[in-house]
Design a protein around this ligand. Structure first.
Ligand SMILES: C[C@@H](C(=O)O)C(=O)SCCNC(=O)CCNC(=O)[C@H](O)C(C)(C)COP(=O)(O)OP(=O)(O)OC[C@H]1O[C@@H](n2cnc3c(N)ncnc32)[C@H](O)[C@@H]1OP(=O)(O)O
Ligand SMILES: [Co+2]
Length: 134
């Protein structure tokens, strides 16, 4: 069921500073900031040869990453995103194993224009997991 690693997301306190560090310090290909109001975040994607890094910064009043940054003001790894071919089948199977799907339980359209869901970190070894249908 699980496919490629689509991205690793890092919540950051300063989006431009983090982007500059990846661009200038690591020589990475860094995209433009993208507001995702449905998700309460502004994102910048960094393209690596084998995957992507998603820099996350809170957007709006009820950002799901605000509490995370309050606890970790310097930032930190926030989630990992795996690709799946059929997100509904993956969701229903994972629910049957006891994993909690966050939010309404229905997929939302993610930053790549594809359906995504999130699984509770407490059900996945302390790591927040995003699934993206590709
Ligand atoms: C644009 C899109 C895309 O790529 O396409 C995105 O990625 S959007 C990316 C942003 N969207 C999301 O993250 C949506 C899904 N996330 C959520 O629903 C929420 O952030 C939760 C994961 C439920 C956490 O919510 P909230 O911060 O209110 O909960 P909380 O502070 O009470 O945390 C409950 C417990 O989970 C832990 N916890 C919270 N966030 C965590 C994280 N990212 N990784 C690992 N553990 C985490 C806390 O430390 C706490 O543990 P203790 O009780 O032991 O202290
Ligand atoms: Co993500």
């Amino acid at each position: 069921m699980i496919g490629r690693l689509n991205h690793v997301a890092i919540a950051v306190p300063d989006l431009e500073a983090a982007a500059a560090q990846y661009r200038d310090g690591l020589g990475a290909k860094v995209g433009a900031p993208q507001d995702e109001p449905d998700h309460g975040v502004t994102v910048i994607f960094i393209e690596l040869p084998n995957t992507k890094i998603e820099l996350l910064y809170p957007l709006g009043e009820n950002s799901p990453i605000q509490g995370f940054l309050d606890k970790k003001p310097a930032g930190g790894i926030h989630h990992i995103c795996y690709e799946v071919e059929d997100i509904i089948a993956a969701r229903d199977h994972l629910k049957s194993t006891g994993a909690r799907v966050l939010g309404t339980g229905e997929p939302k359209i993610g930053a790549h224009g594809k359906p995504v869901i999130f699984l509770h970190p407490k059900d996945f070894n302390g790591a927040l997991v995003e699934l993206e249908q590709v």
